[in-house]
Every structure is written in structure tokens, then in C-alpha cells.
Design a protein around this ligand. Structure first.
Ligand code: ADP
Ligand code: MG
Length: 604
């Protein structure tokens, strides 16, 4: 049999690798801005057209490149930032993999101009889909300008996959903010379609935050400053009274690199416990400085996660520093006298098996089961419920009693909640009777309301009520969606999902809220991500509310599903223990009541 293996040409290999590094315009922006930072620039301009589809250009006044480096920088694994494997463990630059420019040049038309200090001429390189079209001397200022045109021009599938401009632009803006915050001593400007969006002068951290967010410092933030051996912390935390319902301005940086770190964010938020209502989130802008040898940033080129060797200690110090800033405790109290609060500093001994998170399992769960009698927390719904279902004395309102009451009213004495056996009309509406009329309930909307309120309640539960899945389910997403899903994991965890990232945009779901039984989890999570994206664009502020809304919508029993009499009974009882039984969470009417007058008018 003949040989079938061949080595891929560089252009193809680069294009494949590009999928990892450049998944949307914002990731190209990130790479170019980081390169400008690494080049020691003090002034950086970002120019974008059509949310990065047509043009992304970064102009810096950094060290520039020699003629041969200007050509070499587009090769894969071409980097000036590390030389040997050991360097990987003490990274001080933003880049180090030497893949960004090679990847960008594989999927765009790139024009680079660069001049080093002391040289009269600069050099210009034009490269398109990894093909060098031209290299020639040129006149340009000291520093580097890289213009990336028509991103993904040679990968139509990826280009089509880009979201609408407003979404792509908001991702670019977020990348820009993160880099500009971390590098407050560098001047930045950002133009989009000829409009100046940001002009940031070099200054201190506080000035940079104010320039970007327009926050009034004295009013809204407290300074944090804690210099310890394992970590140096400075920055600002929001005052408790300015906590918001959505996680908005939360920025954490380590050695000038923006990071996402569930544990450290939790450390800050924990310092606020009892100061702010549940499910509100403080703003914070925290700069951490850690010995580069004690962190690992080499996880994924586009990811913002890092690993800390001293994670637990840093967690404790960060939490204590935040508390101190909020005027709650002195750091000495927290660390010297109460070192073991919630944190176990002792390293795990060899052979020690960490305890698995506890997940409760309720095998007899019935989604329609009423959680008891109506709570009565909402006086109005209590009243309506009583009116509907408590046995009525005929003597109460003899004149209002219809001459011929529905016979079934007397035939269901065993039901604890309902005097009338409900009817499932068209498998869509539940019809039942009440003293003063007939009620018609939209089954799907009613169930949405019930689920929504249960999920909203769960947000404030100390321990989410999760149901372990018999078989863990793997779900796969595109890169952009997997990024969004990662962001949503803390909210989903609170609602009862246990989801872990497995890498390569795959996640495993091991537990889910008890209300979810045989739902298609992949589809469910996709819908949540999609709805979240839409809500984000509409600046829908309360993000976990919107997650509960989309979950309730997807989990609710559909119109067209036949319900058994007991299921209808439970649904009705649960509906009337809701805070707002009349309207669905998305604001639609749940029920229609026909009273005697309505009926006699119809019969005229
Ligand atoms: P990395 O940043 O990981 O080294 P890149 O592909 O982003 O890889 O860049 C390759 C090399 O090109 C860098 O190591 C650097 O030497 C050079 N380079 C890239 N951008 C600039 C710039 N704006 N100014 C000076 N040199 C640059
Ligand atoms: Mg780089």
C-alpha cells in the first residue's frame, strides 16, 4: 500500500493554529495591543473599522523591529521573549508563544511598518494568507504599525460566523479596557469607524479607572493596599452601597495581565458578605503582584486563567485586605488571630483524597409536586388561591352561586387543593372552576412562572440543590460561546448545575437542577448562552435573572403535552403559591377568568 501521510504546508498549519489564537476580531486586537506593550510603547493607538472585519490597526511608539525581524515575526514560534524552556517559568511579558502574528497573517491581509530608534528608514512587509507579497524600505515613525485587513478573508465559514458588529465591537472594547486598565502609565486612543471612543492619557490607576468608567472615586470606591511577601495588592473596591445586581466592573490583574479567577473573585466578594444583599456584586479593580515563578500563565493562548502556587494564602490575604478596605476588620485580626477561617493552609498530605463536593439526590422528585400549601408570602395570591380552592360555604354568597354549578365541583372531595377536577383542553389550557367563574390557565406559561420563581429563590439558597446525573453529559461549543459559558459558570452553579470545563471548548455536566430531568443539556446550555448574548447587547443588567428566565422557558412543560389530572392539580396549586401568578416571567397573561356576568353576556 502506498504512503498516505504528508506534512502540511506552513500556510495550512498556520491557518489551523490560527483557529486557536484568533477566533474573532477582539482576539487579534488583544494580541496586537499586547505586542505593543511588550515593545515598551508609551503611546498606543487602536484603529478599528466595521468592528474589526475590515481593519484592525495598532500603532505604537515602542522599540520597533529590524528588517529581518520584521519578516521573521510572521513565522510560527518566532519570538524574542523567551529563549529556553526555563524562561517559561518566569514570564514577564504578555506574549511568549510566538504564534500570534503567524496566526493573524494566516487569516488576513497584513501590512507591517516598523522602524527602530536610530535608523533613518523603516521596513514594510505585506503578507496575505501567510504569503509574503512584499518587503521594502519605507519611511515611518519609530515604533511599529500593524494593519490587519479583512480578517478571515480566506475562511468564509469563520467570517460568516462573526456576530453582528455591535457584539464584536463590545468584545473589542472589553479587551481594550482590560489592557488599558492594567497599563495606566501608557497613553491609549481607540477609534472606531473614524469616531474617537477613548482617549486615555498616561496617569495613575485611579485616573485610568475614572477615564474609562467615569466613576466618581471619592464617592464610590475605597482604596486597597496590602504589601505582603506572597502577594502585593493594590487597587480599589466598590463601596457596599454601590453594589449592583450584575457583575459589571470587576477587574483583577496579576502582574499587569487581566485574569479571571473564580477563587480570587470569590475572596473579594466574601469580604462583602453581610454588607450587601445577596446576588448583588461589588465593583473592584485589583492589581496583584506575584513572583512570576509562582504563577503559571501557560495554559491557553486566548484564555485568561492563571494558576497560583500559593492560591490559598493569596485568597486569604486578598479577602482580608478587602475587608480592611471596607473598614470591617484589621488585617492583623484576620490573619494572626483567626488564620483558619474557611481556609485550610495545610498542604494536602500525600495520599490524601480530596472530598468530592456534596451533591444531593432526590430520586422521588416530581416536578409538578406542590412544595406544600401556598406560601402565603404574597397576600394577593393567597387570597386568590383561597378563593379558588378552599371549600366555599354556599351560604356565603347564595345569590352569586350559579343555579347549576359544574357537577364536577362536588365530585372531587378527596383532592386537598382543588374542589373541581381540572380539564386539559387542547392539551394546552387547563380549565377549572372557582366560586365566581371559570378559570382558563395557559399550562406552559403557568409552569414557566413556577419554575422561574423557584430558580430565583434558589439564587439565594446557601447550598444549591443539585441532582447528580446518572451519566455525566459532555457538551461542546464554539470558542466564543465557550468563553461566555465559562463566564456564566458561577451563576449556573448557584442554580444547581455542576459543570466543569474539560478544555477544547468542551464541558462536562455532572449535576443539574432538580427540575431538569431528560432535557437535552447541550441544547439547554446553548440557549442560555444565546439568550445571554442577546441580553448583553440590550444591556439587560441583571444577568442571573435572565438566566433563570431562559431556563424556566426551556424547562417548562410545552403546549400540546397532555397533563394527567394530578399534574394539573399540582400545577394549579404551585401557580397560586407564586408571587405573581397572573403573568409569565416574560410578561404574558397566564390566565383568563370568566365570571357569571361574562357568561350571561355571551348567552344573551
Ligand atoms: P510573541 O508575542 O508571543 O513573542 P508574536 O507572534 O505576537 O509572538 O510576535 C512575534 C515577535 O514579533 C515578538 O516576539 C516581537 O519580537 C515581535 N513583535 C511583534 N509585535 C511587535 C511590536 N509591536 N513591536 C516590536 N516587536 C514586535
Ligand atoms: Mg504577542
Amino acid at each position: 500500500m502506498s504512503d498516505i501521510i504528508n506534512i502540511l504546508p506552513d500556510s495550512v498549519a498556520n491557518q489551523i493554529a490560527a483557529g486557536e489564537v484568533v477566533d474573532r476580531p477582539a482576539s487579534a486586537v488583544k494580541e496586537l495591543l499586547e505586542n505593543a506593550m511588550d515593545a515598551g510603547a508609551s503611546d498606543i493607538q487602536l484603529i478599528v473599522k466595521d468592528a474589526g472585519r475590515t481593519l484592525i490597526q495598532v500603532v505604537d511608539n515602542g522599540c520597533g523591529m529590524s528588517d529581518s525581524d520584521a519578516r521573521l515575526c510572521f513565522e510560527r514560534h518566532a519570538t524574542s521573549k523567551i529563549h529556553k524552556a526555563d524562561d517559561l517559568f518566569a514570564i514577564r511579558t504578555m506574549g511568549f508563544r510566538g504564534e500570534a502574528l503567524a496566526s493573524i497573517a494566516a487569516v488576513a491581509q497584513v501590512e507591517l511598518k516598523s522602524r527602530q530608534h536610530g535608523n533613518e528608514w523603516g521596513t514594510q512587509v505585506v503578507i496575505e494568507g501567510s504569503d509574503v507579497k512584499e518587503q521594502s524600505p519605507c519611511s515611518c515613525s519609530v515604533g511599529t504599525s500593524i494593519a490587519v485587513k479583512n480578517l478571515f478573508f480566506n475562511i468564509p465559514a469563520r467570517r460568516n460566523f462573526l456576530k453582528k458588529d455591535s457584539i464584536e465591537l463590545s468584545h473589542i472594547e472589553e479587551v481594550f479596557k482590560r489592557i488599558a486598565l492594567a497599563n495606566y502609565n501608557v497613553a491609549f486612543s481607540f477609534h472606531h469607524n473614524g469616531r474617537l471612543l477613548y482617549e486615555l492619557r498616561a496617569g495613575n490607576f485611579a485616573q485610568r479607572i475614572a477615564a474609562i468608567f467615569g466613576l466618581n472615586f471619592k464617592e464610590r470606591l475605597y482604596p486597597v493596599d496590602e504589601q505582603t511577601e506572597p502577594v502585593k495588592i493594590r487597587g480599589y473596591v466598590g463601596k457596599a452601597e454601590y453594589a449592583k445586581k450584575a457583575r459589571g466592573e470587576q477587574y483583577l490583574f496579576v502582574n499587569n495581565r487581566y485574569i479571571k479567577h473564580f477563587g480570587l473573585s470569590a475572596a473579594i466578594e466574601k469580604a462583602y458578605s453581610e454588607l450587601i444583599p445577596e446576588h448583588t456584586y461589588p465593583a473592584y479593580f485589583i492589581l496583584l503582584e506575584v513572583d512570576p515563578q509562582r504563577i503559571d500563565v501557560n495554559i491557553h493562548p486566548t484564555k485568561t486563567e492563571v494558576k497560583f502556587i500559593d492560591e490559598q494564602v493569596i485568597f486569604a490575604i486578598l479577602r482580608a485586605a478587602t475587608k480592611k478596605a471596607l473598614g470591617q476588620f484589621s488585617l492583623a485580626n484576620e490573619i494572626e488571630f483567626n488564620p483558619s477561617t474557611e481556609i485550610d493552609f495545610t498542604p494536602a498530605s500525600q495520599g490524601h483524597i480530596p472530598e468530592a463536593p456534596k451533591v444531593s439526590f432526590n430520586p422521588s422528585y416530581n416536578p409538578f409536586r406542590t412544595s406544600g400549601s401556598p406560601t402565603g408570602s404574597n397576600p394577593r395570591s393567597r387570597e386568590v388561591y383561597d378563593n379558588f380552592f378552599l371549600p366555599q360555604e354556599p351560604a356565603d354568597e347564595p345569590s352569586a352561586a350559579p343555579a347549576t354549578s359544574l357537577p364536577i365541583a362536588d365530585e372531587a372531595p378527596s383532592s386537598p387543593v382543588n374542589a373541581v377536577a381540572p380539564i386539559n383542553y387542547l392539551n394546552r389550557y387547563i380549565i377549572t372552576s372557582l366560586k365566581s367563574g371559570i378559570v382558563i390557565i395557559d399550562q406552559q406559561r403557568a409552569h414557566e412562572r413556577i419554575l422561574y420563581e423557584r430558580l430565583m429563590q434558589r439564587r439565594s439558597a446557601a447550598r444549591p440543590d443539585a441532582q447528580q446525573l446518572l451519566f455525566p453529559v459532555n457538551c461542546n461549543f464554539n470558542a466564543a460561546d465557550s468563553e461566555i459559558l465559562s463566564e456564566l459558570l458561577p451563576d449556573l452553579r448557584q442554580l444547581g448545575f455542576v459543570i466543569e470545563p474539560l478544555g477544547h471548548n468542551t464541558f462536562v455536566v455532572t449535576a443539574a437542577p432538580v427540575e431538569i430531568h431528560d432535557s437535552d443539556l447541550q441544547n439547554l446550555l446553548e440557549q442560555i448562552v444565546n439568550e445571554h448574548k442577546n441580553n448583553m447587547m440590550q444591556r439587560f443588567s441583571d444577568r442571573d435573572k435572565s438566566i433563570c428566565l431562559s431556563l424556566a422557558h426551556q424547562m417548562a412543560v410545552r403546549s400540546g403535552k397532555a397533563l394527567k389530572p394530578e399534574e394539573m392539580q399540582h400545577l394549579i396549586a404551585d401557580l397560586f403559591s407564586c408571587q405573581a401568578p397572573d403573568v409569565s416571567p416574560s410578561g404574558k397573561r397566564i390566565m383568563l377568568i370568566l365570571n357569571e356576568q361574562d357568561l350571561s353576556e355571551k348567552f344573551k
